[in-house]
Design a protein around this ligand. Structure first.
Ligand SMILES: *[C@@H]1O[C@H](CO)[C@@H](O)[C@H](O)[C@H]1NC(C)=O
Length: 399
């Protein structure tokens, strides 16, 4: 699955749209090789030299022309990122999984095709879309402080609006506080995937109903946070809580960790909802999904993946073909992650979106296995839509 998803065209965008006028000039590769071919002799020195080192762990170079070109494009993504970030003291390199298996083992590289970022004593895996934009953004996020401070009402409102992210906020006495330090250590372990915020301000804490040394956990799209029980906390306690609550009831697919999210399936399946937030129908559908997520937030078996097709233009036709759905309209379905077989909720009338109740019934049927990708004879929708004369096959065929 992974190889199909790898999208490499962004670096080509850079090459093609070199603008003529001043003030808006995309960088183009200047031809200077900055990406290091990592081997036994140079890896220690390279890791020491830079504040941060990004290593692409890759399969050996193939003799196949097409694969060679793909390899070249991936290298160009790194080259461009290295060039753009040249002043930041960040090194880029590539590790051949066969030739330098020993180095890979020493560095703990496991998944071919992944990028591993070495920062201080930590190794952070980048399992997102391999484009220069996404990679640069990821790396820059890692340069920020792991905990962001909220010190006034304006920042507090901004914090409250970030409803797509898994985030935590704690109230502490000051920077020297032992409890704040434990929070900071924890934040580093989840950076940049889970956002950590803190306040030392009494007023902000009061608005967020935080007591001294208390930490609240915000699940995406929920109105209310959950207070982590048992304060003050040790690092292990916060880590455990985050790990246990990390998979939200409704989560948005993001370019920066899309493969990781996709691999975090629910017993081999995902419930996937496509909805364009900018589109009126998509927006409405999303509101229904959020209501359902809020009603079912205690259900550990339920996690719906929301994909906004607007954010993945290069994947949209692939998804339409693979899942046999029309993504100009909202859709919800079950996808088997082993073979990409899928079943989609029959929304016959383009104008009428399902009600929250209908959608909840359908989700229940998915969770109970009544709706599944395996029995294509399932007549789930037929009993409700006897008059359906459409000849369209609403379930996917076996390929
Ligand atoms: C997904 O598909 C595979 C291969 O067809 C099948 O073996 C597996 O049982 C399916 N999983 C679920 C949860 O339907």
């Amino acid at each position: 699955m992974l190889s199909v998803w790898i999208v490499l065209v962004s670096c080509m965008d850079f090459l093609l749209f070199t603008s003529a006028e001043e003030g808006l000039e995309f960088p183009s590769f200047d031809g200077r090789d900055r990406v290091l071919n990592v081997n036994e002799r140079n890896y220690k020195k390279a890791l020491k030299k830079y504040d941060m080192m990004c290593l692409l762990y890759h399969e050996p170079l193939s003799s196949d022309k097409e694969l060679q070109q793909q390899f070249h494009m991936r290298k160009m993504v790194l080259e461009l990122a290295a060039q753009v970030l040249e002043d930041k003291d960040i090194g880029f390199g590539m590790v051949d999984s066969h030739k330098y298996a020993k180095v890979a083992k020493k560095l703990g590289l496991e998944e071919e095709g992944s990028i591993y970022v070495f920062k201080d004593e930590r190794v952070i895996e980048f399992d997102g879309e391999l484009s220069a934009d996404t990679l640069v953004e990821f790396v820059l996020d890692l340069l920020e402080d792991p905990v962001e401070l909220i010190s006034n009402p304006m920042e507090q409102r901004a914090f409250e609006r970030m409803d797509e992210d898994v985030r935590l906020i704690g109230y502490f006495k000051c920077e020297e506080s032992e409890h704040y330090k434990a929070f900071q250590v924890t934040a580093e372990k989840f950076q940049p995937y889970v956002k950590f915020f803190a306040t030392f301000d009494k007023g902000v804490a009061k608005q967020l109903t935080l007591k001294m040394n208390e930490i609240d956990f915000y699940e995406p799209f929920m109105d209310e946070p959950v207070t982590i029980p048992g304060k003050p906390y040790s690092v292990e306690e916060i880590v455990d809580f985050v790990n246990q609550h990390r998979r939200p009831t409704l989560r948005k697919l993001r370019a920066e960790d899309m493969f990781e999210t996709w691999e975090d399936d629910m017993d081999g399946i995902h419930i996937v909802a496509f909805a364009e937030e900018e589109d009126p129908d998509g927006y409405e559908f999303l509101q229904i999904l959020k209501d359902i997520a809020r009603d079912n937030t205690k259900n550990p078996d339920l996690s719906i993946m929301w994909i906004d097709p607007d954010e993945f233009p290069l994947l949209t036709t692939y998804w339409e073909k693979t899942f046999k759905v029309d993504l100009s309209r909202p859709q919800i379905g079950v996808v088997n992650v082993t073979d990409a077989d899928s079943v989609w909720l029959n929304m016959l009338n383009a104008e009428a979106l399902p009600s929250a109740e209908e959608l909840e019934d359908w989700i229940e049927d998915v969770l109970s296995g009544k709706v599944n990708t395996e029995d294509d004879d399932d007549d789930y929708d037929d009993d409700e839509n006897e008059d359906d004369s459409s000849d369209e096959d609403h379930y996917s065929d076996d390929d």
